[in-house]
Design a protein around this ligand. Structure first.
Ligand code: LMR
Length: 394
């Protein structure tokens, strides 16, 4: 039965992660996979996560099943984190959240849910978008359409081109948006652009689907959600996929959430029951541990304060690195856009051949697209990286 199968091409991000691990050179630098690193190059466990885990282990009395929606307290806390504590939507009964295995689980369950709503659902994705958006959505049988997003001359959002393409969307089409910290470009919509886009979505009857995987790592927890919160306040229906991988540093614990916003409470009850049916038919129930950590942190004032302060520090560090990186590259060219972008990623705008040389000659790893994880830099490696980039660009 298996003999007809050919090996899949490598996943660009996971393959690079392995190649970096296998590289014996001590001076190697990992700017590949989107994982936060501190000044020493480590991806630490956040202090609040450590403490929450300690408390959970001490208090845990059972490993019995929870259920397809995961923990109700986690879901409630995530709704507040995403929409904001005082969001009127929280009291309207039109929203529901389920706990998912990471942001990927949320994205895939949303895709399966869209197909259930309408078998011929089309989803518009930005060009470029996160590489894994494509298999997660198309694997559920959805048709993908692309909208141009990045102006590669200015490395800013080509908003006119984006709106122009979305004018071609049909009523009921889904539009996938990055809530903040666009992956892979780092170019985000301004608040005014979120407002204008909301107008188009309303006029054309599109369903907004927001992926927010980096809340708190762009400009701050509230700032990063401002665009999606505005949109959520204007439209009858919306779907939001959130990840706790980056902002809680829970990568391998696979912790995420999926939110439905429906036109009425009655519709939301039916929609959520269908969504839970989809979950039951895929993985039955999400893993509990990561969600329990997040729930413990978000529902305890002291742990929450500790988490927020550590997250703010991470956010400030990334912003600082963005400026330092742009400055270090100034003799090579105008990389000022890196300082103006947000989140972990930016494109350097160099060729795949230059990327290959950086990897092979200097042990500096980034995606072939020249996407770099700015959070993988530190003061020690910055001069080495900037010199190497200057060298291959000569
Ligand atoms: C990335 O874009 O590097 C991260 O989101 C990790 C992943 O799973 O691809």
């Amino acid at each position: 039965m298996f003999e007809s199968l050919k090996p899949l091409p490598h996943d660009p991000i996971l393959h690079l992660m392995q190649a970096y691990r296998d590289d014996p050179r001590p001076e190697k630098v990992d700017l590949g996979v989107g994982v936060y690193k501190d000044d020493a190059g480590n991806t630490p466990i956040m202090a609040a996560v450590h403490e929450a885990e300690r408390r959970l282990l001490a208090a845990e009395t059972t490993k019995s099943y929870v259920g397809p929606a995961g923990s109700a307290a986690f879901n409630e806390a995530m709704a507040r984190l995403i929409l904001g504590e005082r969001n009127p939507l929280l009291a309207e009964g039109r929203t529901s959240v389920i706990q998912t295995p990471g942001g990927c689980g949320a994205l895939r369950m949303a895709a399966e849910f869209f197909r259930l709503c309408r078998a011929d659902t089309r989803v518009w994705v930005s060009t470029p978008t996160w590489a894994n958006h494509i298999p997660l959505l198309s694997g559920a049988g959805l048709q993908l359409q692309e909208y141009p997003y990045l102006d590669r001359d200015t490395m800013t959002v080509d908003f006119d081109a984006m709106l122009g393409a979305l004018e071609g969307a049909r009523q009921g089409d889904v539009v996938l948006l990055h809530g903040c910290c666009h992956n892979p470009s780092g170019a985000d919509l301004t608040f005014a652009q979120w407002q204008a886009l909301t107008g188009l979505i309303q006029r054309k009857g599109l369903l907004p689907f927001v992926d927010i995987a980096y809340q708190g790592l762009g400009d701050g927890l509230e700032e990063d959600a401002a665009g999606l919160r505005y949109l959520a306040g204007q439209v009858p229906e919306m779907v939001i996929a959130a990840s706790c991988s980056k902002n809680f540093g829970l990568y391998r614990e696979r912790t995420g959430a999926l939110m439905l916003i429906s036109a009425s409470g009655t519709i939301n009850t039916a929609a959520t029951s269908q969504l839970l049916g989809v979950v039951r038919g895929h993985y039955s129930m999400p893993p509990a541990h990561g969600g329990a950590i997040v729930e413990t942190i978000l529902t305890d004032d002291a742990l929450r304060a500790s988490w927020q302060s550590e997250l703010s520090g991470m956010c400030a560090r990334i912003l600082g690195l963005r400026h330092a990186f742009a400055d270090a590259l100034a003799p090579v060219g105008d990389f000022g856009f890196i300082a103006r972008q947000r989140g972990m990623f930016s494109f350097l705008g160099i060729t795949p051949e230059q990327v290959r040389r950086l990897r092979e000659e200097h042990g500096i790893y980034m995606l072939d697209s020249s996407r770099v994880n700015v959070a993988g830099l530190n003061e020690r490696v910055l001069p080495q990286v900037a010199n190497a980039i200057g060298g291959v660009m000569k």
